[in-house]
Design a protein around this ligand. Structure first.
Ligand code: ADP
Length: 356
């Protein structure tokens, strides 16, 4: 490449203004040219970068290292650098030596990519963790049975029941994961219709009552508030599933003798479904995070979820939130630790059917 053409190529590169950020430095790593985006990244006024060293301008040791490597080697080097405030953004960096000394640094923002990778890694780690506990129990129980060390019938049956329960937990976990991934990926098509909130509430009450009674918890229907002729715009099956998840939790985190109240309220633009309990409550510091997938409040505080109520993978509320968002609705909680919780899910209100 001749001097001329490399200069022209460089100008073309600088003018391209694509996704990449281009910085030109001399052989002492002082900035010769950098655009507005580079100045923004360095949090300095445009034009202030000229003449500054790369390390002084960006405060990024990793960017400086890639540039130095390319200078020393005299050939193109590819690396990664943390830039921006507190190094919060990640960039793929190409440092390409110029024939007349100096370098072209081409920076490509990979912050989102890295974040997605991190989320995926966490997700796999969380799933592995959730699968390991029931699998370890099943293995231990089955090994004990097959070793012949348990001979009396009732104990053997008890072990078999425990294996069954753990297998149910695994099946529930897999179902929840599938549900979540379908909703998240937008593969689940909602079939939105005008639904009578009272019917949704009543179905939920019917479905949860038997389970609740086995835990010594009673379930009541709360009287509707607002215009009772209001209809919700929702997919009844999905909305029912979300409400049932909330009801399940309400029972699961209640004390025997507790009461779960399920009801609805008509708002101006929305219909709000409410599930209230007088159970253990959610500590203030956790309330903002419980709708994240796999998030659980310290389990040692809770009554061990048993039998019909299934395991505790921290996915139930994430599913509720996704269902609400798929409806362009929202979810929320107000709770006092030790006194109880009120969870709600809001979906849009239908415009017709509002006359009393
Ligand atoms: P899990 O499968 O653990 O119940 P969820 O996503 O349904 O997962 O709930 C997340 C966490 O929120 C639970 O682990 C629990 O600590 C807390 N939580 C949910 N509902 C209630 C409730 N009604 N009362 C108290 N804590 C609750």
């Amino acid at each position: 490449m001749t001097h001329e053409t490399s200069g022209e190529a460089l100008e073309a590169l600088l003018a391209r203004g694509g996704d990449d950020l281009i910085i030109l430095v001399d052989q002492r790593l002082r900035i010769v040219r950098a655009g507005a985006e580079a100045a923004e990244l360095a949090e300095r006024p445009e034009g202030a970068l000229r003449g500054m060293s790369v390390i002084a301008a960006f405060g990024s040791a990793s960017l400086d290292a890639v540039a130095r490597q390319a200078l020393t080697a005299g050939e193109a080097v590819r690396g990664e650098a943390d830039l921006g405030r507190l190094g919060a953004r990640q960039f793929a960096v190409d440092a390409v030596p110029l024939p007349d000394g100096g370098l072209v640094l081409s920076l490509h923002d990979i912050t989102t990519l890295r974040r997605v990778e991190r989320v995926r890694r966490d997700f796999v780690a969380n799933i592995s963790h959730e699968l390991r506990t029931p699998l370890a129990s099943i293995k231990l129980l089955a090994e004990t049975l097959s070793s012949g060390s348990v001979e009396d019938g009732p104990t053997m049956r008890d072990f078999a029941t425990q294996i069954e329960r753990e297998a149910d937990h695994l099946a529930q976990l897999v179902d929840e994961l599938l549900d979540l991934s379908m909703i998240e990926s937008g593969e689940t098509q909602l079939s939105i219709e005008e639904v009578n909130p009272a019917v949704v509430v009543e179905e939920c009450v019917q479905r949860i009552r038997a389970v609740a009674e086995r835990s010594g918890v009673s379930v009541v229907t709360q009287e509707a508030r607002g215009n009772v002729a209001t209809r919700a715009l929702a997919d009844p099956a999905r909305l029912g599933q979300a409400l049932l998840n909330l009801a399940h939790n309400a029972v699961k985190y209640s004390h025997p003798g507790g009461e779960v109240r399920i009801g609805w309220e008509a708002g101006d633009d929305t219909v709000r479904f409410v599930v209230a309990d007088d159970g253990i409550g959610v500590p203030q510091g956790h309330q903002a995070r419980i709708f994240e997938r796999f998030y659980k409040v310290d389990r040692s505080r809770t009554r061990a979820p048993e039998g019909d109520l299934g395991g505790s993978a921290g996915l139930g509320l994430a599913i509720v939130r996704h269902i609400a968002e798929a409806h362009r609705g929202s979810v929320g909680v107000s709770s006092t630790e030790g006194a109880g919780s009120t969870f709600w899910i809001e979906v849009p209100r239908a415009r017709s059917g509002t006359t009393e």
